[in-house]
Ligand binder design. Sequence first.
Ligand SMILES: [Fe+2]
Ligand SMILES: [Fe+2]
Length: 153
Amino acid sequence: MDVLDHILEEHEKFREMASAVESSEGKDKIKLFRQLYAEVKGHHEAEEHVVFPDVKAQVEGEDLELVKEMVEEHSLGGYQFSVLERTSVENDTWDAKFTVLVEVLDHHMEEEEQEFIPLAREALSKSELEAKLQAFEDTMKKYVAEMQKKLKD
Ligand SMILES: [Fe+2]
Ligand SMILES: [Fe+2]
């Protein structure tokens, strides 16, 4: 298992978590939404801190633009998460806002899976990618905990 295999597994988990938010209501919906918010935030931070910099250093031109695009998509997703967090789940636009979030995340994960991951596999060696797994998990844990605390306040 290397860091990219781990990222793929997490994407599958996020897809399931998003469906669970869609099919729940009231307090459960808020709880599941916040879980997804914290985990995706941690995942994005871990990608940006542990994986993207070394890939960026190895690529140029369009490939470099792709990595920059991944970061911009993280901000876009983060923005929509924050809008949802500020909107009451009783508001009749909440579900539509969440659908837009899922569209942004789905697009991002697909691009990461189809374009970024193959690029990262070329840029970094298998042993480098394996060595990054622990740092990814540690970084993610730190940011998930930070976000969970923020969402409770
Ligand atoms: Fe990802
Ligand atoms: Fe990402």
